[in-house]
Every structure is written in C-alpha cells, then in structure tokens.
Design a protein around this ligand. Structure first.
Ligand code: ADP
Length: 157
C-alpha cells in the first residue's frame, strides 16, 4: 500500500523533557507509516546541531518525506529563531513530575546526579512550554497509546 503523507508537509519538531517518552511515540509513528517520515539524525544517537538542521531539511523535503526532529527545548529556541525553517512544534509533557522522575530512573541509563540534573532542567522546560506560545500542540504522555493517537491525529490532520 502506498504511503499517505500528511497534507501539512512542514517539518515536525518534537520536544519535551528528557525521559518523558518522545522516542517511543516517534518510533511508533515511523513504524506505522513507512516511507513517510525521515529524521536528519537518529534521535538515539545525538541531537542535531542547528546548522545541520538548516543544511539538510530542504534535501529531505525534496524527496517527499516529512521530517521529524526530536530536539530539546534549547534546540527549539534556536530552530524557532531561524527564519528559514517553517515547522510545526509539538511538546510532549509528563502526566506528573513524579512520573517523569520514575521514567528517567526506569531507563536505567543515568547516574543519580544526571537524573537530578535532568529533573531540574525539566522544571524549567515545562514552565517554558506552559507559559510561552511556542508549541502548536501539547501532548500529555500518560497512557502511551493515547499519546500516540493524539500525536498521529495532529500530524495527519
Ligand atoms: P525520551 O525520548 O523523551 O528521552 P523515552 O522514549 O526514551 O524518552 O522514554 C523514557 C522511558 O519511559 C522509557 O523507559 C520508556 O519505555 C518509558 N515510557 C515512555 N512512554 C511511556 C508511557 N506512556 N508510560 C510509561 N512509560 C513510558
């Protein structure tokens, strides 16, 4: 079956605190819709630097693929400040601070001091997302299936 691309072909920037569960719904999106999306750099390796985003977005879009970027809030500020990028912005929020903490720990990849650093940073990021008119949609990642549906619905609407 031929892929049905989203009508809105702008790059989709997905952000949110580390450990909130961005990677999980993004992977679902890629699997559910093969040959539809692309990401400039695997979000499992490292975050793209802003210069790279600039350089490769046009090439990818030319291939008919819609770019999905998983970047931190700091990166979102930079992308937003770039006049050449017209993107859609999604923020993924935890159902509660306690659940975010639990998820960060459940990943088991972080040392205690890093978990604490990420939590401090998450507080700032959540405040930023809530107070400023930066994001087009805020998805609460409580039940993964619900969060995924909401993301998918937004992407294809
Ligand atoms: P991020 O990409 O935002 O850093 P991940 O996708 O790696 O986050 O998810 C962090 C952890 O939380 C993983 O262990 C993942 O399986 C788990 N997780 C993601 N979404 C949910 C959810 N809705 N409910 C419970 N755990 C979740």
């Amino acid at each position: 079956m031929a892929p049905t691309p989203p009508q809105d072909r702008r790059p989709i920037v997905i952000s949110g605190p580390s450990g909130v569960g961005k990677g999980t719904p993004i992977q679902k999106l890629f699997h559910a819709h093969p040959d539809t999306f692309t990401t400039t750099i695997s979000h499992t390796t490292r975050k793209p630097r802003v210069g790279e985003v600039d350089g490769t977005i046009a090439d990818q879009t030319a291939k008919g693929l819609v770019i999905v970027l998983d970047i931190d809030v700091q990166g979102v500020k930079q992308v937003k400040a770039s006049p050449d990028i017209d993107a859609r912005y999604v923020f993924i929020k935890p159902p509660s601070f306690e659940k975010l903490e639990a998820r960060l720990r459940s990943r088991g990849t972080e040392r205690e001091e890093d978990v604490l650093k990420r939590l401090v940073r998450a507080k700032v990021e959540l405040k930023y997302a809530n107070t400023l008119d930066i994001f087009d949609i805020i998805v609460v990642n409580d039940d993964l299936e619900w969060a995924y549906r909401e993301l998918e619905e937004y992407v294809f609407r």
